[in-house]
Design a binder for this molecule. Sequence first.
Ligand code: HEC
Length: 98
Amino acid sequence: MNTIKQTALIIFIALFLTAGHAFTSHAAGNCAYILNTKCTTCHNLGRICRKLGKKKKSKWLTTVKRMVRHGAPLSKAEVKELATCLTEQNASVKDACK
Ligand code: HEC
């Protein structure tokens, strides 16, 4: 009985960790996806990467919204998500800017 409980607990923890990991990498991966597919049609990523660390979140929101007006095909959710990634310079952004 004890072993079954322990096994169940281990499986539960493993599932929890896997789910958590999948969620984080999806969120991060989506910003890289947006950058690489929707931000490179008019200029290269250098234009974006050069500005990392130089804009507050409100400035990034303004910039990304301006890009949407220029024609970048982002949903409202993607605009917010990308502005957050760019402000926090998370792993997906650093990867895209390597
Ligand atoms: C439809 C064409 C187009 C697309 C797609 C596009 N851009 Fe731009 N981008 C421009 C133009 C034109 C400029 C120069 C004029 C300006 O700054 O508005 C520019 C300039 C920039 C600059 C430098 C100016 C500043 O304010 O820092 C950044 C950063 C930038 N773009 C980020 C992005 C991001 C992030 C994306 C993807 C969401 C993107 N761009 C997609 C057209 C585009």
